[in-house]
Design a protein around this ligand. Sequence first.
Ligand code: ADP
Ligand code: MG
Length: 214
Amino acid sequence: MLFTTEFMSDLIHAVDKTIKENAAEVTTLDQILGDGDHITNLQRGINALKALDAEIAQLSWSEAYLKTGMTLLTTMGGASGSLFGTFFITMGKETKNAAIINQDLFTEAYIQAVAAVKKRGKSDAGEKTMLDVLIPVADLLEENRLAPATLPDLLDNISLTAISGMQSTRDMLATKGRASYLQEKSIGHIDAGAKTTQLIICTITAELKQHLAD
Ligand code: ADP
Ligand code: MG
C-alpha cells in the first residue's frame, strides 16, 4: 500500500487526540522532572500542524517532513521543540528527491534523524530523555534490515520497543535537560519527552496498521 501525504492529516489528528488524552499525566511528569510546560509546547506545535494539513497534503513526503520540522522548530519552543524540529528536518533532507519512500529509505532516514537529534541535544541513550525511545526504535529498524519481519509485525515490534524504552527512563539518572538539575532525585520517574515520543510513535504505528487493514 502506498501512503500519500494526505495521510499526514490523519496522523496529526490521531496524535492530537492521544496527546490530549495523556496531557494531565505527562504534565505531572514534567512538573516532577522539569518545568511542566512540555505538553503546552507540544500542543502549540500540533495545533500549528493542524492548521497546515491541507497545505501539507499537496507536498511530497520530503517537503512534508521539512514543513513539519520547520513548523515544530518555530512554534514549539523548549528543548523538545528544537529536537523534534531537527528530527523531521533531517527526515526531509534524507528523503529529498525520492518519488516514494520505501522501508529501506525510511529506515535510513530515521536512523540519520535520530543521529541528528543526538548531535543537537549533545546526548545519547541512557540519559533519561526522548532518545531512550528514539534510539531503541532505530536499533530495531536496523536489525529488521537483516531479518525483515512482515510490516504488521514490524509495527507491533516498534510499539513494544517504544513502550519499553519509555519505561526504561524511570530508573535512569537524568544527565541532560532540566531533569539533570535534580541529580539522584530524578530516579524513579518517567521522562516526559520519552513518554510523548512513545505516545506519538505508538499512535502512528496504530494508524498505519489500521490503514493497512482497511
Ligand atoms: P524544556 O526542558 O526546555 O522545558 P520541554 O519541557 O518541552 O522543554 O521538553 C523536555 C523534554 O525534552 C525532556 O523530557 C527530554 O525528553 C527532552 N530533552 C531535553 N533536553 C534534551 C537533550 N539534551 N537531549 C535529548 N532530549 C532532551
Ligand atoms: Mg519543560
